[in-house]
Design a protein around this ligand. Structure first.
Ligand SMILES: Nc1nc2c(c(=O)[nH]1)N[C@H]1C(S)=C(S)[C@@H](COP(=O)(O)OP(=O)(O)OC[C@H]3O[C@@H](n4cnc5c(=O)[nH]c(N)nc54)[C@H](O)[C@@H]3O)O[C@H]1N2
Ligand SMILES: Nc1nc2c(c(=O)[nH]1)N[C@H]1C(S)=C(S)[C@@H](COP(=O)(O)OP(=O)(O)OC[C@H]3O[C@@H](n4cnc5c(=O)[nH]c(N)nc54)[C@H](O)[C@@H]3O)O[C@H]1N2
Ligand SMILES: [Mo]
Length: 738
């Protein structure tokens, strides 16, 4: 692959111990101006997360009650700039660059080309995309879908930026077509949280509001790097601290944002900044199940007996299991000292309301569901229900609420059937990993992507690329060029769509944030090109092509028509149109009424076996993370400011003692090799950086390292790829330093 960047200029300095401040403002403005010029920068950034503006496409963190005129967030600004860029990908671009050439370009280069402007088609056997009319494109998709032996031979992926209205229309189209093959980015992301929470507390979402967080006595931030991925969360943590909260950060890496935060919003925050974490537990990768079991064991005497008796099941069995905990195993798994665990337990003992926040550091391991169930146990023990999975994509939670799910509930399908008068398929569909297997094995032949970058976001890149290339047709509904356009089916379509920031004549759309608040999003900018259709319009026109006018024509004309249907199908959306503009909170039984809508009507303690993830001699456990200058597979720039990296992405962060043991040094260049029963996988040419990560662990950026994650290496129950625990060896190519 032509990495197209200056790896020779790559430099590594010491990591920062604070996040935010003026450098954050400056950096964001530089990227924004490069993408869209000064005037547009000012205009656009002022509209982010304002009542009359658009929802920030950056992350799913809630806005909070009052929105200050410049809810400034560096990475939100960068996400907006990437979408509102004035750069364009035109038909001349596709004439100049064959698909085979594009497949060799870096993610950074592809993303930097700008916004897609018109529908493009790559015929079978051709190496170029050519312009195609919208009507012709929909005709081709419908013909290819009709030619399948059955509806389960098609796969319909969704990424989490899709609005509620588009998601609802899309799942309706897919089920009307006859399949539940609706994999989504959640399968790669918080699926483990959803699985663990649904089973134990009866709802697959978090149970805290922003106020709960502000008022908490103790907040755990586990497996999360908010300084980069949820910068607005730092303001919430800062506010909680001013109210007296203590913060415990649990992470193998000393992430800058967790340690100290300089709030660019408040001049007083700029000078010294606020120390955020009162305690930093530098845990080994995958040590969290052991951590929470140990904390619970140390706190058994503080059990909230009344709460447990009234609201839970399974306490005695869990307690019996815990009392057999092997401390040697706990210390091995966590890499922490008994003293650290005891001191943390004391923090908890002194707190009444405790909130646990987490993200990908907990969800992308083989035992992730068990780990999150253990977090639930830890909270239930003391009568707390503060569970806060911090979502990624800005509407990933809403998409699931709208029915983007391969395993829909009976109630949902019954309601859909009653409202639209058809019999939806009842058997489960394929999730993301299963969809890749089906395409690999020739069982799925058409792939449709509603946003996202399927080929790059998924594991086992070589296997996945071959799987996509085996399909008859791939259709990508996208705003920007990415590798999934270049690594495509025999025939391929690119359908360019409007982004959040752009005016849509059919009205506003809505999204649901990480805390279950639904609100409107309204773009103001002129569309990137007159030939774009909104996501809803694309779904609706395909719907008309496949099934006739009803209800698609109405859906396309006015999104209120979709909301009327949602109001009748999905609980919590009653009078949706009446409430959408003001925004409203979805019902959340554990949070609102301490009621747990499980089969027993109670929250469940669960018994989870502690297995220490042992790494063979000489090997390390690799986690794949985001740099500060990327949004998933979209690379904004080549720096990772807080971790001290400049001008390059092919780096691996390793503890100095682990380097010394392997006769490696900072500056060496290594291949990363993962070992799996079906063979080895290699990612070539990574510069070693001596870094204060936990011993035995290392870190490198995704998506360059997705090639190392075997398709069959997944979390139990949730089937999420184990992107945060891959056994690797480092194989030296060259010595650094000369
Ligand atoms: N700017 C920006 N914002 C984003 C995104 C982006 O790419 N860029 N992506 C969005 C999306 S879709 C998501 S899901 C979120 C992701 O948000 P994060 O989950 O913060 O993203 P990651 O970079 O994967 O970071 C994982 C963190 O968990 C830690 N970790 C890894 N393994 C373990 C473990 O075993 N135990 C513990 N305790 N910690 C561990 C890592 O050191 C790292 O700090 O961010 C969203 N927001
Ligand atoms: N190794 C490893 N792999 C991972 C992860 C990891 O931590 N490690 N994280 C996983 C996680 S948490 C996630 S969520 C997935 C992300 O997986 P995806 O959601 O599939 O990937 P993104 O990079 O967010 O998708 C970017 C593309 O979306 C398109 N896009 C942007 N905005 C819009 C829009 O408004 N509408 C439409 N239709 N298209 C739009 C653009 O064309 C852009 O190129 O990756 C996963 N993969
Ligand atoms: Mo995500």
């Amino acid at each position: 692959m032509n990495e197209h960047h200056d790896d020779e200029r790559l430099t590594a300095g010491p990591p920062k111990d604070w996040a935010g401040g003026l450098p954050a403002v400056g950096h964001a403005l530089r990227i924004a101006q490069r993408q869209m010029g000064i005037g547009r920068t000012a205009l656009t950034l002022l509209r982010v997360n304002q009542k009359s503006g658009f929802d920030c496409p950056g992350c799913a963190w809630p806005e909070g009650g009052h929105r200050s005129p410049a809810e400034f967030c560096e990475n939100g600004a960068k996400a907006v700039a990437e979408e509102a860029t004035t750069r364009r990908v035109t038909r001349e671009f596709f004439a100049a660059h064959p698909v085979s050439e594009l497949a060799g370009m870096s993610d950074y280069w592809l993303g930097q080309q700008g916004r897609l402007t018109e529908p493009m088609y790559k015929p079978a056997g051709a190496d170029h995309y050519e312009p195609v009319g919208w009507a012709e494109a929909f005709g081709m998709i419908a013909a290819e879908l009709r030619a399948l032996d059955g509806p389960d031979e098609a796969v319909f992926y969704t990424s989490g930026r899709t609005s509620n209205e588009a998601a609802f229309a899309y799942q309706l189209l897919v089920r009307r077509f006859g399949t539940n093959n609706l994999p989504d980015c959640s399968n790669l992301c918080h699926e483990s949280s959803g699985a663990a929470l649904t089973e134990t507390i009866g709802i697959g979402k978090g149970t805290v509001s922003l106020d709960d967080l502000h008022r908490a006595d103790l907040i755990f931030v586990v497996g999360q790097n908010p300084g980069t991925n949820h910068p607005r969360m730092l303001s919430a943590l800062e506010k909680a601290k001013r109210g007296g909260a203590r913060i415990v950060a649990v992470n193998p890496l000393p992430e800058a944002g967790l340690l100290r935060f300089k709030n660019p919003q408040r001049p007083s925050g700029l000078a010294a900044g606020t120390a955020l974490a009162d305690r930093f537990l530098q845990i080994r990768l995958n040590g969290d199940l052991a951590l929470f079991q140990a904390l619970s064991l140390l706190l058994l005497d503080t059990a909230d007996e009344a709460f447990i008796a009234e609201h839970t099941t399974g306490f005695e069995a869990w307690k019996a299991h815990l009392t057999g905990l092997d401390w040697a195993q706990v210390l091995e798994a966590t890499g922490l000292t008994r003293r650290e665990l005891e001191e943390t337990a004391r923090d908890v003992r002194n707190a009444k309301s405790v909130v646990v926040c987490w993200a990908m550091g907990l969800t992308q391991h083989r035992n992730s569901v068990a780990t999150i169930r253990e977090v639930v146990n830890f909270q239930l023990l003391r009568g707390n229900v503060g569970l806060c999975p911090v979502r990624g994509h800005s509407n990933v939670q809403g998409d699931r609420t709208m029915g983007i799910y391969e395993k829909p509930s009976k109630e949902f399908l019954d309601a859909l059937a009653a409202e639209f008068g058809f019999e939806p398929p009842r058997h489960h569909g394929l999730d993301t990993v299963e969809a890749i297997r089906a395409m690999r094995d020739g069982e799925a032949k058409v792939f449709v992507g509603m946003g996202g970058n399927f080929v790059r976001a998924t594991p086992d890149s070589r296997v996945t690329e071959a799987a996509l290339r085996r399909t008859r047709l791939t259709v990508q509904v996208s705003t920007k060029l990415n590798r999934s356009h270049a690594v495509c089916g025999e025939r391929a379509l690119i359908l360019p769509t409007l982004g959040r920031t752009e005016r849509d004549p059919a009205g506003f759309v809505t999204v649901e944030d990480s805390m279950g608040l639904v609100h409107a999003s309204r773009g103001r900018l002129a569309p990137a090109s007159p030939d774009l259709l909104s996501e809803v319009a694309i779904v609706a026109r395909l719907g008309r092509e496949l099934f006739g006018e009803e209800p698609w024509a109405d859906f396309e004309r006015d999104y209120a028509a979709i909301r009327d249907r949602i109001a009748r199908v999905i609980p919590g959306f009653e009078d949706f149109n009446g409430r959408a503009e003001a925004g409203f909170a979805l019902p959340n039984a554990p949070r609102d009424e301490r009621r747990f809508p499980t089969a027993t009507g109670r929250a469940g303690f669960t018994v989870n076996r502690l297995e220490v993830l042992r790494v063979p001699p000489g090997r390390l456990l690799l986690q794949t993370v985001r740099s500060h200058d990327q949004y998933n597979t979209t690379v904004y720039g080549l720096d990772d400011r807080y971790r001290g990296v400049r001008n390059g992405r092919k780096v691996v962060f390793v503890h100095p003692d682990d380097l010394a043991e392997r006769d490696l040094a900072d500056g060496d260049v290594v291949d990363l090799v993962s070992e799996w029963p079906d063979g080895e996988r290699t990612a070539e040419g990574f510069r070693v950086i001596a870094y204060p990560t936990a011993r035995g662990c290392c870190a490198a950026y995704f998506p360059e390292t997705n090639v190392l994650v075997p398709l069959d290496s997944v979390a139990e129950t949730s089937n999420t790829p184990t992107s945060k625990s891959i056994v690797v060896r480092l194989s030296r190519r060259t010595r650094g330093g000369g």
